[in-house]
Design a protein around this ligand. Structure first.
Ligand SMILES: Cc1cc2nc3c(=O)[nH]c(=O)nc-3n(C[C@H](O)[C@H](O)[C@H](O)COP(=O)(O)OP(=O)(O)OC[C@H]3O[C@@H](n4cnc5c(N)ncnc54)[C@H](O)[C@@H]3O)c2cc1C
Length: 406
């Protein structure tokens, strides 16, 4: 029998790559190796419905066990890959197993960044990246009165919203001068600051956590660099992620802020692909794009499978993302960074509206609040050429799809 295609990382993207290879009629063996003990699961609900107790654990699982047999995908969980030898085309697992491969796909994701804060490993301080993290938070939650969230990004804010719904006292500490500053416009930051404050969250901007205070090893508070001391019986860290690039780096693959790939998921090493959170995609203009989203992992997995099968389906769609906080569903398409004009479509006061971003008169992104129709139209508009102008975007009687060219 020939060598298998080996996929390292049994997350959203790894699983998609395996399934797409099968759908494209790859007949050889597919080996999907994952370090976590769980079958591939959806991460987004970890900071949303699952954490809130509105979703059972088995609903997180992406595919039931029988699907792997049916599709002839060999899934091995609890297996950590430690080394890649690109010359002999072998990988080595932590338990000593040595596996040859025909093609290798790296889908190792990212891990929560742990900031350099004194006493960070106190009991009651959590990251929120894996199912195990969420189970640990959920187990402690009933005894928690005061939660401090360090980091006002998507995950930190979703955590804050859930904790408020559970009746906890919540403070969010953010280093920047606005929330989610890395990825959203100032208008979106302001909207969410107000939303959280109206829901009873204390937001502290322009401040960094300096020290965790503890008693007998358990967290009792957080001291900030502005001298403020906060009481806390739980701290959740939401200060970003680090791509898991070490395997690739040690094998000599080019890595800068992620494993460097092209629009088909090819790395600098022939026969090795990468996708999802662990990657940095080199764009046409030479810039590098790092995206942490389900769409990015899933669509790049499809592009990788297509390239392996000799097809040509590069991943070039406009990026999209969503976040659920309280009863607001934010859906984003495109990247608003660098916009020079923003228009509002709909009434902000109604709670259902969108921000449209333009650069030099061209639509570059749309953020929709409880407004899926605009978002879905936006995916079409931004996924192809369009002629939408600011007046049409603002005009509620204008049908957005009319701006599709061709
Ligand atoms: C709490 C939370 C909420 C989120 N919410 C959203 C959302 O609302 N919308 C959205 O689009 N995205 C969201 N995301 C991001 C999204 O889940 C990720 O972008 C997506 O999971 C990336 O998929 P991936 O396959 O690249 O990595 P992952 O799904 O992280 O999978 C990588 C897997 O590789 C394994 N692995 C790593 N190294 C090794 C090794 N050496 N050997 C074996 N296995 C290894 C890891 O254990 C992991 O299981 C959220 C993420 C989190 C954590």
């Amino acid at each position: 029998m020939g060598r298998p295609i080996v996929i390292i990382g049994a997350g959203q993207g790894g699983l998609q790559a395996a399934e797409s290879l099968r759908s494209a009629k790859y007949e050889g063996e597919i080996l999907l190796l994952g370090e976590e003990k769980f079958s591939p699961y959806n991460r987004p609900p970890l900071s949303k419905a699952f954490l809130l107790g509105e979703m059972a654990q088995d609903q997180l699982t992406i595919r039931q066990a029988g699907v792997f047999d049916k599709k002839r995908i060999t899934l091995k969980t609890g297996v950590r890959v430690e080394k890649i030898d690109p010359v002999t085309q072998h990988i080595q697992c932590a338990d000593g197993e040595d596996i040859p491969y025909e093609k290798l796909i790296l889908a190792t994701g990212s891990r929560a960044r742990i900031p350099a804060i004194e006493n960070i490993s106190s009991r009651g301080v959590h990251t929120l990246r894996t199912l195990e993290d969420t189970l640990a938070i959920a187990a402690e939650m009933p005894a928690v009165e005061k939660l401090v969230v360090i980091g006002g990004g998507f995950i930190g804010l979703e955590m804050a919203a859930v904790a408020r719904k559970l009746g906890k006292q919540v403070t969010v500490v953010e280093f920047a001068d606005r929330l989610m500053a890395r990825v959203v416009s100032p208008a979106v930051s302001s909207y969410y600051k107000k939303l959280h404050e109206e829901n009873g969250v204390d937001i502290i901007l322009n401040a960094a956590a300096e020290k965790i205070t503890q008693r007998e090893g358990s967290v009792i508070g957080v001291v900030l660099n502005n001298g403020v001391s906060l009481d806390a019986d739980m701290v959740v860290l939401g200060v970003g992620v680090l791509p898991n690039v070490e395997l690739a780096q040690n094998a000599g693959l080019e890595c800068t802020g992620g494993i460097i790939i092209d629009h088909k998921g090819k790395t600098s090493q022939d026969g090795i692909y990468a996708l999802g959170d662990c990657t940095a995609q080199r764009m046409g203009d030479g810039s590098l794009r790092c995206l942490e989203s389900v769409q990015n992992a899933v669509e790049m997995a499809k592009a990788v499978a297509s390239d392996i099968m000799g097809g040509d389906k590069p991943f070039i769609a406009a990026p999209w993302f969503w976040s659920d906080q309280y009863d607001v569903k934010l859906q984003m398409v495109g990247l608003s960074k660098g916009y020079d004009e923003m228009v509002v479509r709909g009434e902000e006061a109604s709670g259902s509206f969108s921000y449209f971003y333009f650069k030099n008169g061209t639509l570059i992104a749309i953020d929709s609040f409880n407004q899926s129709t605009d978002h879905m139209a936006g995916r079409k508009l931004l996924g192809s050429e369009n002629t939408l102008n600011v007046n049409q975007a603002r005009d509620m009687t204008f049908n957005l799809r009319e701006a599709l060219r061709g």
